[in-house]
Design a protein around this ligand. Structure first.
Ligand code: PBG
Length: 335
């Protein structure tokens, strides 16, 4: 009883922050960050063949879709309020070569997919990846010389062809994820020269060399056959360098900048937020997805709560948009 009557000395405790947490209504009123379906971009994997939907082993409940089934999934996503999809093609081994020629084939898988989506769900924003790794035999994002060095400027020439072919097919945004120097400027110039002024660039500006991409490389069968990506993707220890990359991409014409991965790089998202007025996208990558799914399958965490808390932290850090394999799940939860 003594406890109930006891009071912290009132002249010290002028303010009791718990007052604003005392009911759900109050908490909603003072909530600083809101996750909305409008923030979500749904990354999807498309593969050749028909009537197929194959689960990715390291990404439970995430699938490689053949085009026909992908269209159904895109339609469902759009019906749930998701505004945008980001597409990644799974290219059969026999179509890969060391020059990534398939990447700009006007009748290639990704080009056909863009056209089909634009026809089936004309309003959805179609974002396409620009990088050579799905198309090269060695799995690197760029062209490689005999010594195994990733060549910058010759790669940018191929990336430009890729961007033009995707724009021609109807992409709303192209998203260079390759981390070659100067690619955003080269792509912007080529798009403008070809009359594609309205095709935007979502630049993977601060993209780190990360072990969190492991499951994605399983999904695409695109793990590098030799070496790693550390000569083009950023060192995980660097923050100032991220701001430099963002500055360059903005100067070169990026419309939206991205930080990737998201969860281990919330400080970077926050710093980029203070450095630009452009929209910022955060990529909640495959490894972040896999960790949550695995722990949830073990029954060790509350999956739904963890997803909402994780994605909210990305918004709170300063992201406007989140690429996430949880997009549909989140849209359903928010509905
Ligand atoms: C390709 C690319 C990668 C991802 C997106 N685009 C892999 C990589 O750079 O090796 C990773 C996405 C994810 O892990 O969810 N350049």
């Amino acid at each position: 009883m003594a406890l109930i009557n006891s009071r912290v000395t009132t002249d010290i405790l002028h303010y009791r922050p718990r007052r604003l947490r005392s009911t759900a209504s109050l908490r909603r009123m003072v909530r600083e960050t809101t996750l909305s379906v409008n923030d979500l971009i749904y990354p999807m994997f498309v593969t050749e063949s028909e009537g197929q939907k194959v689960e990715i082993v390291s990404m439970p409940e995430c699938y490689r879709y053949s085009l026909d089934l992908l269209l159904q999934e895109v339609q469902q996503a759009f019906n749930l309020g998701i505004n945008a999809v980001a597409l990644f093609p799974v290219i059969p081994e026999q179509q890969k070569d060391d020059m990534a020629r398939e990447s700009y084939n006007p009748d290639g898988l990704i080009q056909r997919t863009i056209k089909a989506i634009k026809q089936a769900v004309p309003e959805i924003v179609v974002i396409t990846d620009i990088a050579l790794d799905p198309f090269t035999t060695h799995g690197h994002d760029g062209l490689v010389d005999e010594k195994g060095i990733i060549l910058n400027d010759p790669t940018v020439e191929v990336l430009v062809k890729m961007a033009i072919s995707q724009a021609t097919a109807g992409a709303t945004f192209v998203a260079p994820s390759d981390m070659m120097d100067g690619r955003v400027g080269a792509i912007r110039q080529a798009l403008d020269t070809a009359g594609y002024f309205d095709v935007g660039i979502l630049a993977y500006s601060a993209k780190y060399a990360s072990a969190y991409y492991g499951p994605f490389r399983d999904a695409l069968d695109s793990a590098p056959k030799f070496g790693d990506k550390k000569t083009y993707q950023m060192d995980a220890a660097n923050a100032r360098e991220a701001l430099k990359e963002v500055d360059l991409d903005i100067a070169e014409g990026a419309d939206i900048v991205m930080v990737k991965p998201a969860l281990a790089y919330l400080d970077i998202i926050h710093q980029v937020r203070n450095a630009t007025q452009l929209p910022i996208a955060a990529y909640n990558v495959s490894g972040e997805y896999a960790m949550i799914k695995a722990a949830a399958q073990m029954g060790w965490i509350d999956e739904k709560q963890i997803i909402l808390e994780t994605l909210t932290s990305m918004k709170r850090a300063g992201a406007d948009l989140i690429l996430t394999y949880f997009a549909k799940e989140v849209a359903l939860m928010l509905a």
